[in-house]
Every structure is written in C-alpha cells, then in structure tokens.
Ligand binder design. Structure first.
Ligand SMILES: Cc1ncc(C[n+]2csc(CCOP(=O)(O)OP(=O)(O)O)c2C)c(N)n1
Ligand SMILES: [Mg+2]
Length: 1018
C-alpha cells in the first residue's frame, strides 16, 4: 500500500467528510488516493479560503476541518487561516505537500520551512518522514486539534514519502471517547458561596461555552438561579437570546449597552471566555469581582485578573454548580432589567430607520426578520460586525458566526460556504463589507460549482468603513480609506450568480426574503450609510429619552421665514428630515421606474393649461407672497409673475416640440430595408435646488421643464423664499398634477446634499452660489446630468458712438434691478476715458434718483438685500475699493439693516473685490478705457462669464464686441439683465453649466432613444 492511501484511510478513520484545498504536483499521489475515497474534495480558488472553510467546519461541528495545499506558495497562503483557527479556537488540520526529502533535483525551488512557519500559529506541526508513522501522527494531530482549547495543527507530507510503499499491516488506530476532567469540588463550593454572597451576580457567556453539553448545563444553571446573562461576541447564541434573562452582547469593550449592567454587577461569572477575544469588559482593581469558569486557568493581563477560578470541563462545572447553589433572596437584578428594557427599546427605535442608504441598525433588523431561527449568518469583518453583535438576537448557537479573535477580513463568504455544506437544509446568509468581500470574492465560483443556495449581502460604502469610523473617532482627517467598487450585480451574473441592488430601504427586507427562498447564489448590493448619527458608543443610559412621549422628543429643526424689509417673522415652517428626503426620492424613483405610471403628453398639456389659468386666478396672492418674503419691489415682481405664466405656456410648447429625428438608413448596403427614428424619453427624477431672487419664476424654470419632459420632480426652494414655491406647487396639484409628480422639500443643507447626490437622481438643476454648485457637482452619483446656474459679474462696453442720454436709463436698470441681486446684473461698465466725466455724471444722477424702500410700495425701484449679513459684506467691499483708490461717486452707505444705498464707483483697482468677484448687491463700477480692445480684454478677464452688453451706434464696433466678448449672450444697446423665458440662458466657465430657458431645459431633462425598423418592404 502507498503511504498516501494510508493517510487517506487514517483521515477516513477520523470521520473526515471534506478536504478543502488546492493540490499541487507534490500532492498528486495523495489526490489519487483521495479519488476513490468517500471523503469529498472541495476544490477552492484560494488556499486561504480553503483554510477558512475547514476552520469553520471545525467550529460548527467540533470535529477538525481538513485543508490541503501544495508546498511553498500554497502553504504560505494558509497562514491567515491557521491564525484564524488558532486564535478562534477552531479545530483545523492542515496538510501541505513538500518536495521529496530524501533526494531532490530541484534545489531550493519553492521550498520554505513550512513546519517552522506554522509553529507559532499551531498547536502541533509535524513533517511525516516515514509512511509507517502516519497512523500515530494523524491520530495525534486530530486529538490535539480538537482537545480544549481547540486550534490549528499542521502535517507536512513530502512527495517521496507520499509515493512510498509501506506494509499493509500499518493501519489507523481505533478512536475511543476520552472522558473530560471534573473540576475540583472545593473550587465548586467556593464558587457557589461567592455567587450566593453577591448582591448582583451577572453571567458572561464566552466562546468556549459554545459546546453541546455546556450549553445545556449552563442553561439549567441560569434557569434555576434566574441570574441574568450577557455574551461576548463569540458566545453569541449559546443560550437563546430570546431568553428573558438575556441582557445583550458586548460589541465594544466599554460604553456599550451591556456595560451599564456590568457596571451594576458586583460579581461576574465569566464562562468560557479567553483573552484572545477583544475584552468584553475591562476589569478594574477594586471593581466587580470575577469568577472564571473555563477549561483552563485564566491568562492574567491588565484588564483580566479573576479572583476565583473553576477549572475543568465547563459542562461538568455547571452540572455541579446547579446542584450546589442556593438561590439567594438578596439578589437584586432590577438594575440589570432596566438596562434590558432600555436596550430593547433602543434597538426597536433604531431598526425603524427608513433613510437610504440603509443604516446598519435597520440592516440588522431586516436580516433578523428575514432569517429563520436556525438560519446561519456569517459575517466578514467590518463596522457592521459591531452592529450585528449588539442588535442581532441569535436564537441558537452558531447561528451568527462572527470572528472576534483574529478578526480577519475575507472569511465571510468561505465560512458561509462551509456552513451550507454542513447543513444544506439551513438557510445561510453572509454579510460582507465591500472591502472584505473582495478579499475572497473568487469563491463565488466555488459556491456556484457546488450548487449551493447562498445569499451574500455586500455592504457598499466604497471604503474600509470600520477604519474610517475609527479615524473619525480619533478626530483625524479623512484619508487613505476610500476605494471604488466593481458593479456587484454584473460581477454576480458573470459568475452565474444572481445579482440584486437595493435602491430603497423598504426593498431590503422583501429582497432578503425573496433571495433566501430562491435557489442558487444571490448577491445583494446594499448601499450602507455609516455617517448617520447612530451611536455605537452609549456613554449614558438615557432611558428618559426613549421612554418620553413622542412630542417630548427633540423637535425638528425649524425654518423662520422673515421679511427682508424689516426682519418681521412671516411664518415658521418645520424642516423635513432625512426620512422625508428618502421618501420623496423613493416615491419619485418608483414613478419613473414604472412606465405604466408615466403621464401621457396630452395629460401634461392639459395640466399646464389649467395651471396657467389657475395662476392668473391667484395672481395677487402669489405676487404678495413673493414680495413679502423675497423683497423684490412690487412692480418688478408683477413682471416676474407675468413671465412665470408665460413660462408655463412655454412648457406646453416644449411638449409639442419634444421629438426626435429621422436617422437616414440605406446609405450603405448593410443598412438597407430599414427606417430609423429617434424619440425622446424623460431622463429620470429631477431634483431642483432653487434660489431666492425670483421666488416664482425660478420655480417655474426648474419645475415646468421637468413636467414637460415627463420627469417626476422634487423641488427644494431657497430657505428665504419657500412660501412662494409651496403656493405654486399647490396650484400645480390643483391643476391636476398628481402630488407625487412634484414634491416640495423644506430641508437643511445637509439633507439638500443628500437629495442632490442620491443615485436615484437623473437630473440636478441648481441655482445658487458657485461654491455650493461646483461642490455638489463633484459629489453627484454616476450618470446624473446637471445644470448649474451661478452668478456672474456682467460687463458692458460703452462705445464713444453711443448716445449717453439714451443709455443711462437701461444701464441704471441693469445695475440696480432687484438691488443688484441677479446673476446677470450690470456690474462693470467700460467707458472711453475722454467721455468718462460726462457718463459718470449721468449715471450717478440716475442712481441717486432711484427710489429705495419698502418693496411693497408701488413706486419702489430698489428694495432690500435678502439679509443683513449681505449689507455688511457689500459695505466692506466698497470700503476696501475706496481705500485702494476708487472714487465713490454716490452711495456707499448702509441705510438700514438690510438696505444699502445704490452705489457707483469710479475706477476701482482691478485687484479689489468689487472688480474680481460677484458683489450681488446695488453697486456698479465704471472703468475708463483708451482702447476698446483693452476694455474687452478686461471684461473677459474674470473666470465668470454670463451675459454681456455693448452700447454703440457704430455697427462695426458693436459687432466687433459681440464677437470678442466671452459670454453666453451679448445684448447690443440693451442692459445685461435683459431676459425672456424662451431664450437660452446660462453661464459659462465658473458661472455654470447647462442651458436654462423652458424649452432648453425640457430638452436637457429628456434623453434620446433610437429605434431601427427592419422590413423587407422598406
Ligand atoms: C485581512 C485584514 N486586513 C485588514 C484588517 C483591518 N480592518 C478591519 S475592518 C477593516 C475595514 C473593512 O472594510 P469593509 O470590508 O468594506 O467593511 P466596512 O467596515 O466598510 O463595512 C479593515 C481594513 C483586517 N481586520 N483584516
Ligand atoms: Mg466598506
């Protein structure tokens, strides 16, 4: 008989069912012997995964799992798995090949000292140098691996020994059951006395209590005494956690829920804990006493130094302690039970979070609900592990596998494969981070090959989230922990698995159930949000917060809408939270996804026709609302309103004009017999973030094109002017638009960002500051199209041929309309030096004559700035220019907290803020020029570019300027703020991207689809 055959026989004798691994050429004789054995070879795609699977087999069955690798590289790949089993107390036997040891022609090729390498990671590591020793070495390896405390062992099987012929008389040794040691009776008596004398004893269940006999005897002890218990992470499920005496599991070493109970205890009965686990609590001198019950005596360190120990088989210890203990009337478990009440409430509260991406507590709750009691959840390593440890209630032993010893990444999927192999009838689900999953994702192929039914949840945060959390806790800068991911759905399908992606939190639970009940391997990509306010560290036991009636809970943020004219309070609105953002997005996205719900064009036209009528009907109300909250003078608001009505009508025209084109076919022989057309479809959910300066018309420009294009729209108005928006959208609904097609959100900046950057957004329309706009653009989800409309600093070239008396009126309007708070306000006027005096006098006189005051008054021309802070800023900029050498021709004064005098500055230096930035206030600057090309150069000199003007009677000069000015629109002989709603409107450079104007926006909010028709008749 070959010694390879004997090794296989010896393994069969040990009851081995599976060998996980990857053979190398040195293992070929062994492989041949295995071929005819009843032991199944589970071929994996990485030795590390094979090691994890074998270790998990050992963990779940108590019998050593076996893995196999070649020499050198295969063996080094087993190292992490060896450490995993050794630290985790999992019985594991590793068999590795080696070059021939007697004679070899290969020098040192691939040879490393594997036996030596395994020494610090195993309980036993041995090279077989003689085939006849196989029976004793194998027996010894299995005995040592399984004996308390279980761990890893290693056998090296060199190629020449494997091929060696040995005597047929060499046979494996018969196995007998060894009885386990009883603890010393005096130790039991002392332990019982200690527990009886305590006021508040508490049981802590650790990993080594997870043995079949121990579970039962420990439960008997708990049932008889009524002493409450907590778990370590690896002691999860030893006792069913639905037990009323279960208080919780220690996810952290301190400041976790259970520590509020531990702090009340005067004696901790620590069962089966060993120091490889992250400490479930930190012992302090003079604090609660600790009674250590384990197979071995306690390894003492700074945070663990028990006062008494019961050493021996834990099951036997509890059988005896249950017999001996007298239940004390003085035990007081009330404080423990308060902690339980608090914990259960907290978990219940946290699990109801609807926000998206999913928060960890909701994930845990949904997994718990989807899993049957005997279902097995295997975790990889990441931040979610702590949430599972705290919030998941395991109903039985080994139903939540987490590794709190080596705590390695990459074991989640392999351990799920092992769990499913062992118990094919049980549901198995693995939860992995996007980091950990990718460390052994290749084993998807193994799972598919084995035809397993498995569910793998990948928590997608594009980061090593756990470390990021710690980085934040350490108050360090976010650095070095972000990565990109493959498309997990595509990845799954490429393996032959089923891929799913969660896009709404409410879809998670049904999807989990669906996948758990389906055949095959299912991957669910679940976007996870670790940035929420959910706290892992629970410093206080804030029972009051949880038990307070709902209305006493912290109120939502409020939005005070105040008049910019005098600061008086108009209305207080309640801000909506992240849950409202989630709901709005989920609603809008569901509408978009379901084409059967799309509104046909004729229905949209009817709605807009009714809206136009409805607006006219409520004209006065809307105008008054806008004037009151926005501060634009009454007459200008009337113009704005009329334009808004016009905008709605333009929306109807846009629907008429949304169409594709014919794409010619038959231009080549290959494209004959075809006709092709494009047509336009809605782009998706439109999110519009609006600005204050045209409270009605901007809403029209950001909502109506979306309706025209057939997109659901979510509008977030400016914080200063929400009421006009709310009133407008109400009329839209009254005109027949179903509410879910246009939703208003009143949210803070953080939630606006959440809204804008969500994956479900097809188009973002943003009007506001360039700082915020460009920031948001950088955060947008892949595929979101965007239009940004920021400010400008509009230039005007005045030529000597212009008639100054004619032009000062439009120029004054352009400069001071809405107190200069318009992105195309005239800000920089370039005038020939020889005629500057004349021009300056005229425009100064006009500016001084402007009527500044209450926007409600019908004759007011310049109203307030939107808030007092703006006035202060504008005043500082003007003062800086004057100090630097500008001549103040008029204005330059704060009139009231929100009012600034119309101001004209002459020749401010080019490096002062008024020349370089957008002032967004009632200030205009005049610059003298000698040569018109110099003036154009200066006009083009800012990174901002929007609308511009030239005033000239000489047509050649005008055309020259039109050609040379960097702008999206150049007015000839009109001010820069001219606009009608059917013209294209937008900025260039830093001033924005995308084109506004009703039809332009509607076009951008739709996308083209091509249809090619093929027919022999064509
Ligand atoms: C093999 C290994 N490498 C590194 C670590 C350190 N580590 C612990 S958790 C973690 C991040 C896990 O990221 P991911 O799997 O994406 O989970 P997340 O916390 O993001 O949910 C890292 C790097 C480890 N435990 N194991
Ligand atoms: Mg991650």
């Amino acid at each position: 008989m070959k010694s390879s055959t004997l090794l296989v026989k010896a393994l069969e004798n040990e009851g081995v069912e599976y060998i996980f691994g990857i053979p190398g050429e040195e293992n070929l004789d062994f492989l041949e012997a295995l071929r005819t054995s009843k032991i199944k070879l589970i071929l994996t795609r990485h030795e590390q995964a094979a090691g994890f699977m074998a270790a998990t087999y050992g963990r779940l069955t108590g019998k050593p799992g076996v893995c196999l690798s070649t020499l050198g590289p295969g063996a080094t790949n087993l190292v992490t798995a060896a450490a995993y089993a050794q630290l985790g107390g999992m019985p594991l036997v590793m068999i590795t090949g080696q070059k021939p040891i007697k004679k070899s022609k290969q020098g040192q090729f691939q040879i490393v000292d594997v036996v030596g390498m395994m020494r610090p990671l195993t309980k036993f590591t041995h090279q077989i140098v003689d085939g006849s020793r196989i029976p004793s070495i194998v027996r010894e390896a299995f005995r040592v691996a399984a004996e308390e405390r279980p761990g890893a062992v290693h056998i090296e099987f060199p190629e020449d020994i494997a091929a060696e012929e040995i005597s047929d008389c060499d046979q494996p040794f018969a196995i007998h059951q060894a009885m386990r040691p009883y603890p010393d009776p005096t130790a039991i008596t002392a332990a019982c006395a200690m527990i009886e004398a305590a006021k508040r004893p508490l049981i802590l269940v650790g990993a080594a209590a997870n043995r079949k006999r121990t579970r039962k005897s420990l439960l008997d002890f708990i049932t008889k005494t009524g002493i409450p218990f907590v778990n370590t992470q690896m002691g999860v499920g030893v006792i069913d956690e639905r037990n009323p005496l279960y208080l919780g599991t220690a996810a952290l070493s301190d400041h976790d829920l259970v520590h509020h109970a531990i702090a009340e205890a005067d004696l901790i009965i620590n069962v089966g804990h060993d120091v490889v686990e992250k400490p479930p609590f930190l012992m302090v001198r003079g604090g609660a006493k600790v009674l250590h019950v384990n197979f071995f005596s306690a390894k003492v360190d700074d945070v663990y130094f028990p006062q008494h120990e019961v050493i021996g088989d834990i099951a036997n210890a509890f059988v005896e302690m249950t017999k001996n203990i007298t239940v004390s009337k003085d035990w007081d478990f009330k404080p423990f039970m308060e902690v339980k009440t608090y914990g259960d409430k907290l978990i219940e509260l946290q699990s109801s979070s609807k926000s998206f991406p999913v928060v960890p507590s909701r994930l845990v709750s949904d997994v718990r609900e989807a899993m049957p009691s005997d279902g097995v959840v295997t975790l990889d390593n990441g931040l979610y592990k702590l949430w599972f440890a705290r919030n998941y209630r395991a109903h039985g032993p080994n139903t939540l596998l987490l590794d709190n010893a080596l705590a390695t990444m990459g074991a989640g999927l392999p351990s799920a494969i092992a769990a499913k192999l062992i118990a094919p009838g049980q549901k198995v689900l693995s939860v992995c981070g996007d980091g950990g999953f990718m460390m052994n994702s290749q084993e998807l192929e193994t799972a598919i090959r084995l035809k397993l039914d498995l569910v793998v949840v990948i928590l997608n945060d594009n980061a090593y989230g756990m470390i990021k959390w710690k980085q934040t806790e350490n108050k360090q800068e976010n650095f070095g922990l972000d990565f990109g991911n493959p498309d997990f759905v595509t990845l799954a399908t490429s393996y032959g698995a089923h891929g799913h992606r969660i896009e709404r939190t409410q879809d998670l639970l049904p999807k989990l159930k669906e996948c758990l009940n389906a055949k095959g391997v299912h991957i669910i990509d679940v976007p996870i949000d670790y940035t929420t306010g959910e706290k892992l560290k629970l410093t206080d036991l804030d029972v009051a917060y949880l038990t307070a009636p709902k209305e006493k809970q912290p109120a939502r943020e409020r939005l005070e809408v105040r008049s910019p004219h005098d600061g008086s309070l108009i209305e207080t609105l309640e801000m909506q939270g992240a849950d409202a953002v989630e709901n709005a997005l989920a609603t809008a996205h569901a509408l978009f996804k379901d084409q059967s719900k799309w509104l046909p064009a004729h229905q949209r036209i009817t709605i807009l026709e009714r809206l136009a009528e409805r607006l006219s009907h409520d004209r006065q109300n809307l105008i008054d609302t806008a004037v009151e909250e926005g501060g634009k003078p009454y007459n200008d608001t009337v113009v704005e309103f009329d334009r808004a009505v016009q905008g709605v009508k333009l929306g109807i025209d846009a629907i008429h004009n949304l169409h594709g084109t014919e794409i010619p076919m038959g231009l080549t022989a290959a494209s004959t017999n075809r006709k092709a057309f494009t047509f336009r479809e809605p782009i998706g959910v439109v999110v519009s973030l609006s600005a204050f300066n045209h409270p009605i018309n901007l809403i029209v420009h950001q909502v109506i094109p979306a309706i025209a294009a057939g997109c659901p729209v979510i509008i977030k108005p400016a914080g200063n002017t929400p009421r006009s928006c709310i009133a407008f959208v109400k009329m839209l609904h009254e005109a027949g638009l179903p509410k879910e097609w246009c939703q208003v959100l009143i949210v803070n900046n953080k939630n606006s960002e959440k809204l804008a950057t969500d994956k479900r957004v097809g188009y973002l329309s943003f009007i506001g500051s360039s700082r915020v706009g460009w920031y948001l653009r950088s955060k947008l989800a892949a595929g979101t199209r965007v239009a940004l409309e920021h400010g400008g600093s509009a230039p005007v070239i005045v030529d000597a041929s212009a008639d100054f008396n004619d032009i000062v009126t439009p120029l004054t309007k352009g400069a001071f309309y809405h107190a200069g708070q318009v992105c195309v306000s005239t800000k920089r006027i370039y005038v020939p030096a020889s005629r500057m005096d004349e021009f300056a006098k005229l425009i100064t006189a006009k500016a001084q004559a402007l009527k500044v005051g209450d926007p409600k008054a019908k004759d007011t021309e310049v109203g307030p700035l939107i808030r007092a802070g703006e006035v202060t800023r504008i005043d500082q900029w003007v003062k800086e220019a004057v100090a630097a050498g500008a001549t103040l021709l008029c204005g330059g004064k704060v009139i009231a907290p929100t009012y600034y005098e119309p101001t004209v500055l002459l020749n401010p230096p080019l490096d002062t803020k008024v020349s370089t930035d957008e002032i967004f206030g009632p200030v205009v600057c005049l610059y003298s020029y000698e040569n018109i090309d110099d003036a154009i150069k200066l006009a083009n000199g800012l990174p901002l570019a929007f609308q511009a003007s030239v005033f000239a009677k000489d047509i050649d000069v005008a055309l020259h300027a039109v050609k040379q000015l960097n702008a999206t629109a150049v007015m000839v002989n009109d001010h820069t703020a001219f606009r009608v709603d059917w013209m294209p409107f937008g900025g260039r450079g830093e001033s924005g991207v995308g084109m506004g104007g009703i039809a332009y926006s509607a076009h951008e909010m739709s996308q083209e689809k091509l249809m090619v028709l093929k027919s022999a008749k064509l």
